[in-house]
Design a protein around this ligand. Structure first.
Ligand SMILES: Nc1ncnc2c1ncn2[C@@H]1O[C@H](COP(=O)(O)OP(=O)(O)O)[C@@H](O)[C@H]1O
Ligand SMILES: [Mg+2]
Length: 350
C-alpha cells in the first residue's frame, strides 16, 4: 500500500518543533524570534526565557561574532542561501561546542529573516583531530625511520674499518671513536625500533594486561621509595590480542615518565578496566604536569623537555597503541599531574 500525504495533512509545526536538528529563526541584530526544542538541548538550557531575550551572540564563541554578523547581513540584505559553515558555539554553562550551521532566508509576509539549522559536530571534530594527529605521527615516524636506516649503513661500515685499523695499530683515540660510534648506532637502532614497531614479526598473543602492569612495577623497585603506587586492576579476565613485548615496553615508558615527572614525593595510580567494548588503562601521576602548548607535541619523535631525554618513549607508546587500533588521551595540569589514558579494543584471538 502506498501511503501518500498531501501537504495540508502534515503538521509542519510539529515537524520543525520536534526536529532533531536545532533550528532557530533570527532577525535583525541577531534577535531570536523562534527556536525549536532541540535548541534547548544543544545549549543546555532549562528554560526558554533566556534564549529569546539574549539573542544569538550569547551562544556564539567571540571568535565567530564577525563571521556570523556578515552571514546574517548577507541573508537579511541579499537574501542569499549560504554555504554550510562550521562555528564554535557556547552552551549556557560556557562549554564550547563545534556546530555545523546551514542558513537560508525565511520569509514572513514581505519580511526576510534567517532560518538557521544547527547540528552538534563536537564528537566528529574530535575524531577527525585524533585521526589527523595519528597520521602526522605515523608519517613523522616513517621519516625518522627512513633517515635512521640511511645513516645506519654508512656508520656500520665506518665501524668496520675502524676495527680493521685497530687491529693494525693502536691509538687512544680509536677506542673513543669506536665507543662514540656504538652510541650513535644504538640510538639509531632505538629509533628504528620505536618508529617502526612492525619491523619485528612478533606474534600476536592473548595478553592479560593486568598481569603485565602488576609485574611492571617490580622493574622500578629502586625508585619506588619516593612514590606511592596504587594499583586498581579490574576485569583481568578481559584480554587483548597483540604483541606482548611492545606493550611491555609501552607501559614501561609510561611508568618511567611518571616517575621522572615526580620531583620529590608523589603518587602514581595505575588503572585497568573494561567498559563499552574497550579495555582502558590509565596511568596517573602527581608529577610536574605538561604545559598546554606542549601537549600537542607529545609523541613526536625526539620531543623531550629533559636534559638526558631521548624523546622516543611516547613515540613508542603511540605507535604501539595505534598499531593495535587503540587511542590515547592525555590530560595534564602543570603542578598537579598527568593522566595518560590508553584505550584498546577487546578482541578475541582467532
Ligand atoms: N607523565 C608525564 N608528566 C610530565 N611530562 C611528561 C610525562 N610524560 C611525558 N612527558 C613529557 O613528554 C616528553 C616526551 O616524553 P618521552 O617521549 O617519554 O621522552 P623522554 O622521557 O625521553 O623525554 C617528556 O620530555 C616530558 O616533557
Ligand atoms: Mg620517557
Amino acid at each position: 500500500m502506498k501511503l501518500h500525504l498531501e501537504s495540508k495533512d502534515i503538521d509542519f509545526h510539529q515537524l520543525v518543533e520536534n526536529s532533531l536538528n536545532s533550528i532557530w529563526i533570527v532577525g535583525q541584530e541577531g534577535k531570536i524570534l523562534y527556536y525549536n526544542k532541540a535548541c534547548l538541548d544543544l545549549f543546555h538550557l532549562k528554560t526558554s526565557k533566556d534564549i529569546i531575550s539574549k539573542g544569538i551572540w550569547l551562544f556564539l564563541h567571540p571568535d565567530f561574532h564577525d563571521k556570523s554578523r556578515e552571514r546574517l547581513r548577507r541573508i537579511l540584505e541579499n537574501q542569499e542561501v549560504l554555504k554550510t559553515a562550521e562555528l564554535k558555539m557556547l552552551k549556557s554553562n560556557g562549554e564550547e561546542i563545534d556546530v555545523e550551521v546551514m542558513s537560508v532566508p525565511f520569509f514572513i509576509k514581505d519580511k526576510v529573516f534567517a532560518q538557521v539549522t544547527m547540528q552538534n559536530i563536537t564528537h566528529r571534530k574530535a575524531a577527525e583531530k585524533l585521526l589527523n594527529n595519528r597520521e602526522k605521527l605515523a608519517s613523522l615516524g616513517q621519516i625518522a625511520a627512513g633517515i635512521a636506516h640511511e645513516v645506519k649503513n654508512p656508520l656500520t661500515s665506518v665501524k668496520g674499518f675502524l676495527q680493521l685499523i685497530k687491529e693494525s695499530q693502536s691509538h687512544p683515540y680509536l677506542d673513543i671513536m669506536e665507543n662514540e660510534l656504538m652510541k650513535a648506532l644504538a640510538a639509531l637502532q632505538n629509533l628504528l625500533q620505536v618508529s617502526k614497531p612492525d619491523l619485528h614479526d612478533e606474534p600476536l598473543v592473548s595478553i592479560d594486561l593486568c598481569n603485565e602492569l602488576a609485574s611492571l612495577i617490580y622493574l622500578f623497585q629502586d625508585r619506588l621509595y619516593k612514590v606511592d603506587v596504587e594499583l586498581d586492576l579490574r576485569d583481568s579476565e578481559k584480554k587483548i590480542v597483540g604483541k606482548r613485548n611492545l606493550f611491555q615496553k609501552a607501559f614501561f615508558n609510561l611508568l618511567k615518565n611518571s616517575l621522572e615527572a615526580i620531583e620529590d614525593k608523589g603518587k602514581i595510580r595505575i588503572e585497568h578496566y573494561y567498559k563499552n567494548d574497550w579495555i582502558h588503562i590509565k596511568v596517573t601521576d602527581s608529577g610536574i604536569g605538561i604545559p598546554k602548548e606542549k601537549l600537542k607535541m607529545l609523541g613526536t619523535p625526539f620531543f623531550t623537555s629533559k636534559t638526558d631525554g631521548t624523546g622516543l618513549g611516547l613515540t613508542q607508546v603511540f605507535t604501539t597503541v595505534h598499531e593495535h587500533q587503540g587511542n590515547i588521551f592525555i590530560q595534564s595540569e602543570v603542578g598537579k599531574g598527568t593522566t595518560i589514558h590508553v584505550q584498546l579494543p577487546l578482541k578475541e584471538k582467532s
